[in-house]
Design a protein around this ligand. Structure first.
Ligand code: ASP
Length: 284
C-alpha cells in the first residue's frame, strides 16, 4: 500500500533554512479530504507567509504592479489564473476556475472579476520587502549606465529603469493521497519582468503536470521551463527510471539556468534543483 504523502518546495534559489518551516507546513495540512485539498491548503499557507514569492509577498513587475500566476491540477482536471491582481490567494481562484467554469485558464481582468464574483475581496499582496525590492530594481536599472548585464539590458526599452534583487521563493506542492495525485503552484513571477509577462506556473505541462502516474511541479526561470515543457516531459518518463534520475537528467539540460522540480509517483518521490531549493516532505 502506497503511503499518503505531500512534498512542498519554496522555490528555486530559496534558502535551504526554509525547509524546516516547509516541513511544519506539510505536517499541518489535513489529508482527509484528498490530494487536491492537501496541495491547495499547503500552497495557501505558503501564499500567506510573506517570506515567499506567492500571494502576500509576491514580487513586483517593473511598473510596480503585482500580478500573480497560480495553477492546480489533478488527473481529471486543470485550472489556472494568469496575471491576477489584488486577491489574497490566487491558488483558490485557480481551483475555482477548474471546478466552476467551463474553462481551464482565466487571465487578467477576467480572472479578477471572476474572483470578485466568487467572493474574493480586494487585497493588496505588497509588503515592505517587495516595495523595497522593486525600488532597488528600478534604481539599479536606472543607474547602471553602459555596464548593464545582458540579462537586464533587454528590459531597458520597456521601462525607464534597471545588484538587481532576483526573485526566488515561488511555491509548489505535490501529493499522493488514497492513490490519487494532485499538484498546486503559485508565484508572483521571476523579477525583473514586464507587466503582462507570463511564466511557466499557469501553463499545463510547463510548470505543472498531474496524471494517473504522478504529479510534477517546477520552479525557476519560467521562460526556460516553458521551452522544454518540463513537467509534461518528466511525467511521460515516470516508471522508466527512478524519478530522481529522470528529473536530474532533465534539469541538467538547463545548464546554468536555475530550475528545480518536485515530483511524486506511485511509490517514490523526488526533489532536485541546480540551485538551492527548500523542500518539506511529510508522510501522513
Ligand atoms: N517559475 C516562476 C516564473 O517564472 C518563478 C520561480 O519559480 O521562481 O514565473
Amino acid at each position: 500500500m502506497e503511503d499518503d504523502a505531500i512534498l512542498l518546495h519554496g522555490g528555486a534559489g530559496s534558502d535551504n533554512s526554509y525547509s524546516e518551516r516547509l516541513e511544519k507546513y506539510a505536517k499541518s495540512v489535513d489529508m482527509k479530504s484528498g490530494a487536491l485539498d492537501a496541495c491547495v491548503d499547503a500552497v495557501r499557507i505558503l501564499e500567506d507567509d510573506p517570506d515567499f514569492n506567492a500571494g502576500t509577498g509576491s514580487v513586483k513587475r517593473l511598473d510596480g504592479s503585482t500580478q500573480m500566476d497560480a495553477a492546480v491540477m489533478v488527473a481529471e482536471g486543470f485550472g489556472s489564473v494568469i496575471g491576477i491582481e489584488r486577491v489574497k490567494n490566487p491558488v483558490d481562484v485557480a481551483r475555482l476556475v477548474m471546478e466552476k467554469t467551463p474553462h481551464l485558464i482565466l487571465e487578467g481582468d477576467g480572472a479578477i472579476s471572476f474572483a470578485r464574483k466568487m467572493g474574493f475581496p480586494e487585497y493588496d499582496p505588497s509588503t515592505e520587502k517587495t516595495q523595497r525590492m522593486w525600488k532597488k530594481t528600478v534604481e539599479y536599472l536606472q543607474g547602471i549606465g553602459e555596464s548593464i548585464p545582458e540579462r537586464y539590458a533587454k528590459y531597458r526599452k520597456y521601462a525607464d529603469m534597471f545588484d538587481i534583487p532576483l526573485s526566488t521563493d515561488t511555491v509548489g506542492a505535490v501529493a499522493r493521497i488514497g492513490g490519487k495525485f494532485a499538484g498546486a503552484v503559485s508565484t508572483g513571477g521571476a523579477s525583473p519582468m514586464m507587466r503582462g509577462r507570463v511564466g511557466d506556473v499557469p501553463l499545463p505541462g510547463c510548470g505543472i503536470f498531474v496524471g494517473e502516474m504522478g504529479a510534477v511541479v517546477a520552479t525557476g526561470v519560467g521562460e526556460a521551463i516553458i521551452r522544454r515543457m518540463l513537467c509534461h516531459n518528466i511525467y511521460l518518463q515516470i516508471g522508466k527510471e527512478s524519478l530522481v534520475e529522470i528529473i536530474k537528467r532533465e534539469i541538467d539540460e538547463f545548464g546554468d539556468v536555475h530550475v528545480g522540480v518536485i515530483a511524486i509517483a506511485k511509490d517514490e518521490h523526488a526533489s532536485y534543483s541546480n540551485t538551492s531549493m527548500a523542500t518539506g516532505f511529510h508522510i501522513f
